[in-house]
Design a protein around this ligand. Structure first.
Ligand SMILES: [Zn+2]
Length: 337
């Protein structure tokens, strides 16, 4: 096998990452196709830098149908005054830009789920090329990374900021300090169903401070969830020392996902009738939802019961559910406050 320098990314940035002031530009990714022979995907990017200080990388629409991140970050790029910045803020409001424009979780070009495509490949699909650029060119510039998520069209979440349990306890503490500073109504010690290929894991493995969120979902964003994103972003920049002043501290309720028993998956197709709403307390053994077969009358529904005490932290959104869909997530209320 040949060895040598890694293949360069095909993505070209029109911003200068070492420049000062405000720059609005694009990450241009060549994408040759029927309607544009030498065409490109143009991913918006903004760099705001001033003086000395750390770098924050802020990303939204890693999944294309999640809107709090883009709403807060397009606004921040327009309104952040560079004279108030000490350091650098790199803003990519819609990271999986083709998916964002299509209003879908994954890319319409290659069906790529960006948050399952890391660390990516410079010679891979469009989605893998975006992941590779982020891995090799954006994350190394950053001291702290905030990646916005919500439930997309098929899930809805209690609004929380989150970090993961890490082997490096010093790094873990720094991540949870940043989650505390974000000050969402809920703060989560988050367990992933499958952490392979995630931006989260890539950032954490590089030793950086990483915060993610789940701020709602159902394929839209509310006034309340956008305000949480807006305030949390500025809080994080204050926490990092990039903006002056202390974070706007708000009460937060700490939640934990202690095991994979948190997740409930539908075993059959049907009509889902929830018995509990987001934020409701649930007890082990209690029915969270019933799934009714829809082919005929006279068939009993299947009850899905809580495997643990806690609160309903996420739920399936569409009224019809399919076998294998995530029905619900229960989180336990943590002692930490
Ligand atoms: Zn997401």
């Amino acid at each position: 096998m040949l060895t040598g320098a890694p293949r360069p990314s095909p993505i070209a940035a029109s911003v200068d990452f070492d420049g000062k002031g405000v720059q609005h530009g694009h990450l241009r990714l060549p994408y040759s196709r029927d309607d544009s022979a030498w065409g490109s995907v143009m991913i918006p990017i903004c760099v705001i830098a001033n003086g000395e200080g750390p770098t924050a990388l802020l990303t939204g629409a890693n999944h294309g149908d999640e809107y709090e991140g883009p709403a807060a970050l397009f606004e921040l790029a327009l309104t952040l005054d560079p004279s108030q910045v000490s350091g650098r803020v790199i803003i990519v409001p819609a990271l999986n830009y083709p998916a964002f424009r299509a209003g879908t979780r994954t890319s319409p070009i290659d069906r790529g789920n960006l948050n399952r495509s890391f660390p990516g490949r410079p010679d891979g699909s469009v989605t893998e090329k975006i992941a590779d650029y982020v891995t090799r060119h954006l994350i190394p510039l950053a001291d702290i990374v905030l990646d916005f998520h919500s439930g997309g069209k098929t899930l809805d979440f209690l609004p929380y900021a989150a970090a993961h349990e890490l082997a490096d306890k010093v790094q873990e503490a720094r991540c949870f300090a940043a989650v505390t500073a974000f000050a969402a109504p809920y703060s989560m010690k988050m367990l992933e169903i499958d952490a392979v290929g995630m931006l989260d894991t890539t950032v954490e493995e590089m030793g950086k401070v990483f915060v993610t969120t789940e701020l709602g979902g159902a394929g839209t964003a509310s006034a309340r969830s956008i305000e949480i994103a807006r305030r949390g972003t500025r809080n994080l920049l204050r926490h990092a020392g990039i903006l002056q002043g202390a974070p706007d501290a708000r009460p937060t309720r700490w939640l934990d996902m202690p095991s994979k028993d948190c997740f409930t998956f539908a075993q059959d197709d049907g009509l889902v009738a929830f018995a509990r709403d987001l934020g409701d307390p649930v007890s082990a053994g209690e029915t969270i939802a019933r799934v009714h077969p829809v082919g005929r009358t006279g068939i009993a529904p299947v009850d899905y019961r809580a495997a643990m005490d806690g609160v309903l932290a996420a739920r399936h959104v569409p009224g019809l559910i399919k076998a294998g869909d995530c029905l619900s997530v229960i989180a336990t209320v943590a002692e930490k406050s």
